[in-house]
Structure formats: structure tokens, C-alpha cells
Design a protein around this ligand. Structure first.
Ligand SMILES: Nc1nc2c(ncn2[C@@H]2O[C@H](COP(=O)(O)OP(=O)(O)OP(=O)(O)O)[C@@H](O)[C@H]2O)c(=O)[nH]1
Ligand SMILES: [Mg+2]
Length: 226
């Protein structure tokens, strides 16, 4: 079988469903962000800290993707917001149909923010549009500052890079400036936030970014409607 045409078909079907989802999210004023990183960079930990700090009446929900286990959803459900796990079986990324299926019984009018934690992988998730407004890439300081150059697609498509685990900087030979320069060689407008979930550093900047991004999204939606 010829793999390329089949892959093209899958991606164009995904793009169609993602476009429908994007329209629905915009119509209901739900900002959707898609968190992508290699396994273990700290996506769920960042979300734990985020949910812990958000006001209890914040209209936020989370979809967490993994090949197996409900572990991440269980970690995140403790904060009282709607959370669902998507277990993909063997698939190394989430796709738009999975999102469509898992939000089917959620009332989007009751949400302002939907955070998707993608399957830990720097390659496959970058090809699958989920109808999100923004992709966010996480890079931890233990991964090496060359990763934006090695995995350019996800750095090119993300508007924000969250540099995680900065508390480990004294213990690893990681050059922050070089990592940021590499990310901006791939994507010159890349915004960067440095966080340590262990110490709490940078979480304020991250929460501010989410708030600013939501305001920009609402303006963008209003301008399209007008
Ligand atoms: N030192 C340090 N460790 C951290 C920090 N954030 C996360 N970790 C640790 O990194 C490991 C992986 O964190 P997770 O949040 O599960 O990572 P993830 O990206 O969600 O992993 P997957 O969902 O499996 O891809 C855990 O042992 C965390 O405790 C941090 O800021 N500093
Ligand atoms: Mg996780």
C-alpha cells in the first residue's frame, strides 16, 4: 500500500474536523490551547499548579492525552474542574475526532478555557490540528538546548515555549540563552516563559499569559464577527 496518499487522506480528514471544532470553539468563545512536549517535560505538573491557582469559579476544563492509564486525569481531577482522560491505545498523538468525542457531553457555553495536554511526543502531535487557538510547546532543561533545531515543526507552529524545570539549571549543562535563540531561529516571534513548578517561579507569568491570550482571542473573534 502506498503510505503517502493514505497519510494525506487522514490528515485532510483531520483538518476538516478540526476546522469544524475551531468554529464551534469560536462561536462559544472558548479559548483552546494545545500543550505539546516530549514525555515527562512537566505538562501535567504545570497543569496541576495552574488549576490549583485558578479561582474555583473559573470556567476551565482539561483533556489529557496518553497512550495508556488515567494517571494524568486522576492527578488533575483533584482540583474540582471538569477533566477527562483520552487514552489513545497506541497512537502517539491526539486527533480532532478524539477531541470531538470527548467534549460531546460538555456544555461549551459553560467554558471559557479548554486546555488539552497532548500525548508526550515532540513529533506526531505537531501534524494534527485539534481546532485549538494556540499550540504551546514545553521544553525542560534536561532535554538539551538543541531540541528546537532537531524538532522544528512543533517549535515553528507554537506561539509560546514554556521552559520547564528551571530549578534544575544548577545541576545540568543547559544554556537557556542558546535554547531561546534556537527556538527563535525556527520561529522568530516565539514567546518564552521560564518556570519551575517545584519552586513556583514563573507561574505568575504563565497565568498572565493565559489571561492575555484569552483577551486577544475574544477581540479576534469579535473582529471576525463584525
Ligand atoms: N525538578 C523539577 N521536576 C519537575 C518539575 N515539573 C515536573 N517535574 C517532574 O517531572 C516528572 C514528569 O512530570 P509530568 O508533569 O508528569 O510530565 P508530563 O509532561 O505530563 O509527562 P507525560 O504526560 O508522561 O508526557 C515528574 O517526576 C515531575 O515531578 C519542575 O519544575 N522541577
Ligand atoms: Mg502528563
Amino acid at each position: 500500500m502506498n503510505r503517502v496518499p493514505l497519510e494525506g487522506k487522514v490528515l485532510s480528514e483531520n483538518a476538516r474536523v478540526a476546522a469544524e471544532l475551531r468554529e464551534r470553539f469560536r462561536a462559544r468563545h472558548v479559548l483552546v490551547v494545545n500543550l505539546i512536549s516530549s514525555p515527562g517535560s512537566g505538562k501535567t505538573t504545570l497543569l496541576e499548579k495552574t488549576l490549583n491557582r485558578l479561582p474555583k469559579d473559573e470556567k476551565v476544563a482539561v483533556l489529557a492525552g496518553d497512550l495508556q492509564t488515567e494517571n494524568d486525569a486522576n492527578r488533575l481531577k483533584r482540583f474540582g474542574f471538569p477533566v477527562k482522560q483520552i487514552t489513545t491505545g497506541g497512537t502517539c498523538h491526539l486527533d480532532a475526532r478524539m477531541i470531538e468525542k470527548h467534549i460531546a457531553d460538555w456544555d461549551l457555553d459553560k467554558l471559557d478555557l479548554l486546555i488539552i495536554e497532548n500525548v508526550g511526543n515532540l513529533v506526531c502531535p505537531s501534524s494534527y490540528d485539534l481546532g485549538e487557538a494556540a499550540k504551546i510547546v514545553l521544553l525542560s532543561v534536561t532535554e538539551g538546548e538543541d531540541k528546537p533545531l532537531k524538532y522544528p515543526s512543533i517549535f515553528f507552529k507554537s506561539e509560546l515555549m514554556v521552559l520547564t524545570k528551571t530549578d534544575l539549571l544548577p545541576h545540568v549543562p543547559f544554556d537557556v540563552q542558546e535554547a531561546v535563540e534556537n527556538a527563535r531561529r525556527i520561529h522568530p516571534e516565539m514567546e518564552v516563559i521560564k518556570v519551575s513548578c517545584l519552586l513556583g517561579n514563573g507561574l505568575h507569568d504563565w497565568l498572565n499569559w493565559l489571561e492575555r491570550r484569552r483577551r486577544a482571542f475574544l477581540v479576534e473573534v469579535a473582529e471576525t464577527v463584525a
